[in-house]
Design a protein. Sequence first.
Length: 601
Amino acid sequence: MGIATSLPKTILFCNLQLSKDGVGICQTDIRLDNSTTIAMFFPKGQTTYKVNGQDVKGWFALDYTAEQLLSNVSLTQNVFSRPNMFDGLLPMSTVEDVTGIKPPQFWLNVQYDTFYKEHKLSMQKYIESTMKFGAINYISSPEIGFLKSMTGKTGRAAKTKLVFEFQDPNVVEPTTNQTHSEILKNLNTIKSFASGILVPKNYIWPVNNKTKYLDSPSTLVTDAHKLGLEVYASGFANDLPASYNYSYDPSAEYLQFINNSQFAVDGFLTDFPPTASEAISCFALNNNTKPTKGKALIITNNGASGVYPGSTDLAYQQAINDGADIIDCSVQMSKDGVAFCLDSPDLIGKTNAMTTFMSRSTTIPEIQPKNGIFSFDLSWSEIQTLKPEMLSPFGGDGFPRNPAAKNQGQFVTLNGFIELAKSKGVSGILIDIENAGYLASKKGLDIVDSVTKALNNATFDKQSTQQVLIQSDDSSVLSKFSNVKTYKRVLSLEKEVSNAPKKPLDEIKKHADAVVVSRRSIVTDKGGFTLAYTNVVKELHSTNISVYVSVLRNEFITFAFDYFSDPILEIATYIAGAGVDGIITQFPATASRYMSKCYNF
């Protein structure tokens, strides 16, 4: 699957292990128990070996014949955040199995030549015999002695490149007894027996251990290239968050290594080749062109709320910088009638209101079941004293967003939001109006009138080049804007829907020009995998109702497994696959990158 959805010259990488009878198998680790069912079939087979000076306990390939392994043992997922439904279904692969599928290129990685040699098994002889029947384009190893032994043994016709693999800086290389950090200081010695180096990505662009933000890049790539050494970066995986700088967008990380002004690596070693492929083929070094007219809209969810606290001036400015078409304001009201932007009337969680106004906490069942500190119980001057929070939407400490942005930015009045949109020339604005009935009947606040006046004062009620979308889950609210033909009314469908029968369609058409639906209303899933498209988009389009899908995020835990933990693939599914008219996202930069450069990817 990875090859089918990747660049044509994608290389298959095999960590080589040897069975007792000298058959080469491809397995991630020298121990088989973390990625296979071997412990089930050979429960007494656990042993301890000295591997590069360290005692290592587990099940090892060299204790079993190829027949024992291939006839009994199957593969399991060794990363717990990835699907386990395929565990036990696929057999282990020999090198011959992999080369038999005729990959574009093949790479053998030999991590434990010394260990196998101590147990009377020769990696060198195995590779020499294998190369008589199939090409090996790359051979890498962290052992200098092994690579030197292969020099001149691969044959000119094969054009095999030898690559030295750098491991963690404090690991000792067995041939020289030097640490890898010491070897790094003298790249010239590597040039004498290898044509390239394979290095952990932090060697090139380190991430600060304390802050998780990027430090300055090293000069490794430039230094190696000056010596004629190719540089391959390893350690890339979409579901292993790398740095807050990337905003959980794996394509942004790849671009950091190939699309900067200082250097570009020669290749990536990754668990997710489709994402690396899209970064290289679609995003790298392309001109940033605006999407053509008629493409799906990029609509924000509280501005770029994945980067800055939502609904603040910083979140809106970031969204504009990131290429959003429509910026949004969920309108709330203060006690003294000031309309401002925030995604909920409850200030708890979005601000530090609990530290100052805990005594104002109350329960309002018409709005939410839990206690809250509500904006309409505080004056605008009181609200202005609050600090915006930068919290993960997933609760607790998991998947924090840009911690450096905590308490940054100012909340924006509706008038200020409209003024910003007009001055920056965005394509349009979305005004979301909720709880209008409660505010009018219980608090004496007319939110609809406040929105109407703000738009009229900005002359948005007249013909304008900027779109105005009025959104609500209340059709009676939308009906109050029906007299302004330049506005587009958007009905928010909070419940998940899978079809749109004619009667509800006709009712929607009376009040709205567009609807907002959940992701699962468009693409169904089961067990973490997508199943099918529903008929919702097709049926709504049949009555000329636009469809916007909400809400898209970058964090991989929100995706079905078959999106490969890649937000770009989810965006493509809804836009190129389902044909929605717009996506509502907290990370407009990711959507803009897709729309500007790889539409229909």
